[in-house]
Ligand binder design. Structure first.
Ligand code: G4P
Length: 526
């Protein structure tokens, strides 16, 4: 019984956005509501800010600090909320994609001035892969933004998801008056105070109520009446099940920095957002209320102290109760493993925990046994599915600078890849090793960490590659023929999966035409 109750209490989600849309600010305001932090600025100071490339050491340092803010747990009303932080900087996009495998829903922040931006589109594609439910928060209403109807159309078009506004702004920018909640028909007036939490709304169940005119002026009151009529006419009634199936995104408007519209968002979030959901292993669907514990690792964070190789592995609990100090089964290694040092993250504090429940994220101190994607269970063998790798954008060949340190280099590279810093592709031909990343930053990070932590040095030689394509075919003979004919361009990823390294888009489409029996995928999960 306790298990079911604990599950029903939990909401585990991620906030995603294009950098600068207001993700950090919104996170902070949510934590303030939960009483998890006392003052504004606390999360902000941990934010990874990226300005110049030369700042990367600072960024890595902050990444170290940000372990504590990787997961922020807090209690709100009768719910235990876990926010999983996702790095905004696009060079760390892979980190974000993996984190999204560990959430049950997301809140997507969109800047009302800029609309849907590139990074948001990419993140939405990842959400779509698993039908993750999405709530949109259109932010910065205190600025002169785009027309709300245009923004909604743009979300539908660019993010390819149906929307349903659940609140509506009254004007914008300098004349921004507030939002009207379509959930409980209440009016929230904007006072423009950054420090105060916005209070309860004014109940205006009937829009013809003259109080509306008194509060916002006749013009805006009439505009709101028109807008609400139009919305109720154009958009179908909000259906929670449709949202939970990832088919429609409810939309809220507000201003995070002014703490405006955040409470409505949070209140609706705890009403609608799904509790911990079942997850698939290679063998079956595992339900959270099963008695036996299981979970998977979605992130590994190295400690920044080079003298200690300890790492923190972040595990999402999928089913059953996790207990500290108990022996669990490490599926990939086929052996038992025990964690005596286990932390959970409440606000910005790491706390030693003795037990955790589905939906929770625990930090396991690890000395190198765990990899991203590993499954822990009470004996069952199926690995959890769904930690995909995406084709990197930039590829460079590793050139060992010190033949005496070959072993160190190999070990360092492998461990950094296990942490998910970048992807390694090994060509059979000539035993060449190629590192692939989403952003240029990682190469410097890798070089620096190899030197400092593993005493190995390497150079990176740029390679002209377009994409890494995971290949597959049901026809084994054809697959072998393909491998033979393209031997020079075939490599293996860290799990030994076959990858075709395409040099250009045009060439890839030619190869696709010539080998119709071969499937080419830009992600390792298909
Ligand atoms: P991110 O995590 O998505 O990258 O965005 P972040 O919260 O850091 O917000 C980016 C900038 O937008 C910040 O300004 C923040 O103060 C501002 N911002 C957030 N919400 C609102 C809002 O509702 N209205 C307005 N006008 N601005 C908002 P900054 O100048 O980069 O930082 P700071 O100096 O204000 O801390």
């Amino acid at each position: 019984m306790a298990l079911k109750e604990e599950i029903a209490k939990r909401r585990t989600f991620g906030i995603i956005s294009h950098p600068d849309a207001g993700k950090t600010t919104l996170t902070e305001k949510l934590l303030l509501f939960g009483g998890a932090i006392q003052s504004a600025g606390a999360v902000k100071s941990n934010k990874i800010k990226m300005h110049a490339r030369s700042d990367w050491m600072e960024i890595e340092k902050q990444r170290g600090i940000s372990v504590a803010t990787s997961v922020m747990g807090f209690n709100y009303k009768d719910k235990k909320i876990n926010i999983l932080d996702t790095p905004g900087h696009q060079d760390f996009a892979e980190d974000t994609y993996r984190t999204l495998t560990a959430v049950d829903s997301v809140i997507m922040v969109i800047d009302c001035v800029k609309g849907v931006e590139m990074q948001t589109e990419k993140l939405m594609e990842v959400c779509r892969m698993r039908n993750t439910p999405v709530i949109c928060f259109i932010n910065k209403l205190d600025r002169e933004g785009r027309d709300p109807y245009d923004l909604l159309d743009e979300i539908e078009e660019k993010l390819r998801i149906k929307v349903r506004p659940l609140s509506w702004p009254i004007s914008m920018g300098k004349t921004f008056k507030g939002v009207y909640s379509l959930v409980n028909n209440s009016l929230h007036l904007f006072k423009g105070s950054k420090s105060k939490l916005d209070g309860e709304g004014l109940n205006i169940t009937d829009l013809s109520d003259p109080q509306l005119d008194t509060e916002v002026g006749e013009n805006d009151a009439n505009q709101l009446r028109e807008d609400v009529e139009l919305i109720e006419g154009v958009y179908s009634k909000f259906d929670v099940e449709e949202y939970r199936a990832g088919k429609v995104a409810p939309v809220f408007f507000g201003s995070a920095v002014n703490n405006f519209g955040v409470k409505e968002l949070l209140d609706s979030f705890i009403d609608f957002a799904p509790e911990p959901l079942p997850r698939e292993t290679e063998e079956r669907l595992v339900k959270p209320d099963e008695n036996k514990f299981s979970g998977f690792i979605f992130k590994i964070h190295a400690n920044m102290d080079p003298n200690h190789r300890n790492r923190i592995a972040f595990a999402r609990i999928c089913a059953g109760k996790f207990e500290r100090g108990k022996n669990y089964f490490h599926v990939r290694d086929n052996k038992k493993i025990r964690f005596s040092n286990t932390t959970m993250f409440m606000a910005q504090e790491k706390e030693l925990v003795d037990e955790a429940w589905p939906g929770d994220i625990v930090g396991l101190y690890d000395t190198g046994n765990l990899k991203i994607g590993d499954t822990l269970s009470e004996g069952e063998k199926g690995m959890y599915k769904g930690i995909p790798s995406f084709s990197p954008e930039i590829f460079k060949e590793v050139i060992n600078k010190d033949a005496m340190k070959t072993k160190q280099l190999e070990k360092g590279l492998n461990q950094l890849m296990e942490e998910g810093v970048a992807q390694l592709f090994s060509y059979e031909l000539g035993a060449r090793k190629v590192v692939g990343t989403v952003g240029a930053l990682q190469f410097e990070v890798i070089q620096h960490r190899l030197k400092n932590e593993y005493n190995a040095s390497c150079d990176f030689m740029p390679m002209n590659l377009y994409k890494a394509c995971w290949i597959h075919s049901t026809d084994k003979k054809k697959l072998n023929e393909f491998i033979d004919s393209k031997f020079r361009h075939i490599a293996k990823d860290k799990d030994g999966k076959l990858v075709f390294m395409a040099e250009s888009k045009a060439w890839l489409s030619m190869v696709q035409d010539n080998f119709p029996e071969i499937e080419f995928h830009f992600t390792s999960e298909f």
